[in-house]
Structures are given as C-alpha cells and as structure tokens.
Design a protein around this ligand. Sequence first.
Ligand code: MG
Length: 388
Amino acid sequence: MLAACAARDSNSRGRNYPEPPPKIRSEYQRDRDRIIHTGAFRRLMYKTQVFVYDEGDLYRTRLTHTLEVAQIARSVAVALGLNEALTEAIALAHDLGHTPFGHAGQEALNDAMRKFGGFEHNFQSLRVVELLEEKYAEFPGLNLTFETREGILKHCSQANARRLGELGRRFIEHRQPGLEAQLANLADEIAYNNHDVDDGLRAGLIRVEELMRIDLFGSPYIEVCRRYPGLATRRLIHETVRRMIDALVTDLIQQSRANIQAAAPSSIEDVRSLPKPLIAFSPSVGSNSRVLAQFLRKQLYLHPRVQTATQEATRVVQALFKAYMNNPALLPRNQAVFASDLNHADTDMERARRVADYIAGMTDRYALREYQRVSGQAPHEAKYSGTA
Ligand code: MG
C-alpha cells in the first residue's frame, strides 16, 4: 500500500536512544501516541491561534487548529500512499513550541531573546520533544524517530542548523525532508487559511464582499448561492469553506502525484536529495492560496482590533521576560533552582534560554496570571467582541 518513496519503519534513521521495537504499533504510531500524551499538547487548548481563548468558544485554538491540520494531512497521505502515522505525528507536534498569544507572543519573545540567540517556534517545537518534556526514565524528551523530528523542524536559522548536526544538515545543504514532512507543512497552510476565513467572518473582522474578490473564496461562494438560494449565513459560509478545502486538497493530491511520478524517487533518501519539494500545489492554485494568505494578513492579522490585543500580549511577554531575568527567584521552584545554579556558571545566555522555555510553554491565561503575580498589575484584557 505504501509508495516506494514513503517513510517506513524498515528504513527509518531511528531514535537517538535505542529502544526495542514496539510490539503492536509501528514506530511512527508510537511517536504519534507519545506526542498526544505530552503536557505541551494539552496546553495547546489554551493557546491563541488568532483569537484569544476567552473571546468565544467557537474560535480555533492552537489545539483545534492542530487537529484540523492532522485531518487534512492524513487524508492526503492516504491518497498518495504516504505513511499516515508519521504524517499525523508531525502534524500533531508542529505547533508544540508556540508561545502564548499567537504570533504576537512569538515576536515579543524573539525580540526579548535577540541578544541570546533569538527564539524560533519551529526550533522550540523540537526542544519540547527532545528536551523539555521530562517523562521517561531512560531518556530526556520523547526520543522520537529522526523522521518525525525532521518534519517538526520546518524552518531553522543557519546558526541553529549548524548546532543540530544531522537534523540541521538539510538547511545548510538545501536538501528536502521526507514527503510526510512536506505534506504536513502544506496541510498547515490549507488549515489556517480556511479556518481564519471562517473565524474572521464569525468575528465580523472581514466581510464576504471583500472576500468575493479572492478567487478561491468567490467561485465556490457563487456556486453555493446558485445551488441553494436563501441558505442561512452560517450554512452558506460552511458550504463555501468546505469547497475551498476540497479544491485545495484535490489540487494538492493531483499535482503531488504528478510530481512523484515524474521524479520517480525510489526511496525516502531519493526524496531528500531532490532540489525541490514534490508535495506542491499546481502553480495557479498555489498563487491563489498566496493571494488569500496576503488578504488575511492585511485584513485580519493587521486589523486594528487584533492589533490592540497584540500590543497587550507583547507587553505581557516582555514584562515576564524582564522580571524572570532580573529576579530568578520569581520562577517556580524547579526553574529557580536551575536559574540559581546558572548564577555560578557564567551565563546569561543559558538563563535567558531557560526563561524563554518557561514563557513559551505558558498558556494565554497562565501568562496573564503570572503577569499579575510578578507585576502586581492586572493586564488590560483586549477583546474583539466578535459577533458570535
Ligand atoms: Mg500551524
């Protein structure tokens, strides 16, 4: 059933700490299951995707975003004969390193960390599964297979790539990851573009009239209106969005299948040495998807009401970073012990990384509570007052 170029247990590059093979599951099923049982995975429930968690119960959170990515990625994996469990494992782990408060939190933490090597959320997802989840007796992290970790590290700076050894090598040599990793990446794009349309409309931050100018939305919207005249708004939007997802997924499968046939890689190693990814949209659909992404960036992420919340998030993250750096005693006990040990080492660098790990792991609401505790001030909670 699996394509020749799919990942499989028999050609895996394995785990950093050797373990006996699983009795019932495949290696990648074991990876997936370990990811689901992490604290970092559970905390995705209270982390912002675009909308802060207490704005309404219907908006996507990082967790529901992650589940939508996994759903799309699995469908395509099966259609292309790729390893479904590996694809799912990568999708479920891809946002584990995200800070609270979405992109605002990530930018604020990156700013604060500028002197200390910066903060990258993909790299942080890898730190979570390699180091920060302390659960197993015999190794730090989850001891995932190379292929899952390769997929989690979607982007990486050259400096971090050099430090990572084998896992970082592809960023230096401009090689590709396996097809399951390529797929999880595009499933992420399909998921967020479509659910941000849905959430943006629900919040009243974008309007159907504006979206009509975007072909990806306009064509199915007109089709649904013609076919079901007078359909109630929520059903009309859902029927449109599901057609958008279907159009993107169908195009992705067709184009990727053609790419795989043309390149005819006979193994995952062949895939890695190709100059370009094989999992791709057709040129016209790819460009339509970029047009939608640009629209959302301008109309949604840079919307004044979203920006107000963004500024507040930035202030909270900056204040937390400064407070912990100036006074490690404010950190919880296990972190504080570590931080005071670091006083004897040299290293502001290591303390900063530890503080960044701690802040990145916070949920939105925990960060707000911590802000109140360390500053004595209540955060000004900015809300969008969405329409639903
Ligand atoms: Mg994502």
